[in-house]
Design a binder for this molecule. Structure first.
Ligand SMILES: Nc1ncnc2c1ncn2[C@@H]1O[C@H](COP(=O)(O)OP(=O)(O)OP(=O)(O)O)[C@@H](O)[C@H]1O
Length: 256
């Protein structure tokens, strides 16, 4: 099977400081990769390099496109990459306001992404938006409300609906449950897990929360100082960590 994404030797420097270095991995269709590590370990830098939000200094991010097969997305033109970002790729930000248009209604936020891929039929767009609100457990009655009137958990669910409505094949998620209350996090995680399985999504999830990867990720990469220090199946890495840093990460959670 061809990997959906092949990451080869990604490197990003901020002046003399290493953001991330020598990161390589393959992601297969339907697979969820978790990236964990403490603050400053390079998780967000890596995710933003992969998604093309940050320019990498070295490496390749090869995506198996529908039209042309494997293509290095870092060599794509800006319009090509933007189109990918609207169709086969999606990006869920930690702060919903970074991924939503706060002055546009909930239905409009979902509909906008459909229009960006060429849907023009108002009735269809509204019906699909309402369907997606239901799928992320937001009442149809809220379709004309702006996200500013939503709780943090609802905003995050709306951001997820906006991202998934076009049926992407690869979703990048940056701390998707960060900053939410514990009970809200649990509900969101359940929802995400259901959607990922149902849609057969591939995803790359950055988090410092090992419970998130335990629940969502098939595989795990542990980062420290911009490098991947350990990688493997999630349960294997968490239950039998080999690297001293992973052991510390796992044991510090158990002690809480
Ligand atoms: N814009 C920037 N300019 C300079 N250095 C940066 C910049 N962004 C990140 N860094 C540095 O790159 C390294 C990796 O940071 P990064 O934000 O990717 O880590 P992280 O694991 O995502 O942390 P957090 O969980 O706190 O977001 C750190 O040393 C950080 O100080």
């Amino acid at each position: 099977m061809t990997p959906l994404l092949q990451v080869k030797g990604i490197e990003k420097r901020y002046g003399a400081r290493i953001g991330c270095k020598d990161v390589s991995f393959d992601l297969y269709p339907g697979e969820v990769m978790g990236i964990v590590g403490e603050s400053g370990s390079g998780k967000s830098t890596l995710l933003n390099c992969l998604a093309g939000h940050l320019d990498s200094d070295a490496g390749q991010v090869i995506f198996d496109t529908r039209a042309d097969g494997p293509v290095d997305t870092l060599q794509m033109s800006e319009p090509e990459r933007r189109m990918l970002g609207r169709t086969d790729w999606a990006f869920v930000h930690q702060h919903a306001r970074d991924g939503l248009r706060m002055s546009v209604s909930a239905g409009g936020n979902i509909g906008e992404r459909l229009m960006a891929v060429g849907d023009r039929h108002y009735g269809n767009i509204r019906d699909t938006a309402i369907d997606w609100l239901g799928r992320v457990e937001i009442s149809e009655a809220r379709v004309d409300d702006r996200p500013t009137a939503f709780s943090g958990g609802m905003q995050q669910r709306l951001q997820i609906a906006r991202n998934l409505v076009t049926g992407p094949r690869l979703v990048f998620m940056d701390e998707p449950t960060g900053g939410l209350d514990v009970s809200v996090q649990a509900r969101l995680l359940d929802l995400l897990r259901g959607l990922v399985r149902e849609m057969g999504l591939s995803a790359i999830i950055v988090t410092h929360d090992l419970a998130v990867v335990r629940l969502l990720a098939d595989r795990l990469m542990v980062m420290k100082d911009g490098h991947v220090v350990e990688a493997g199946l999630t349960d294997q890495v968490l239950d039998d960590p080999q690297h001293a840093y992973t052991q510390l990460l796992v044991s510090s959670v158990l002690q809480v």
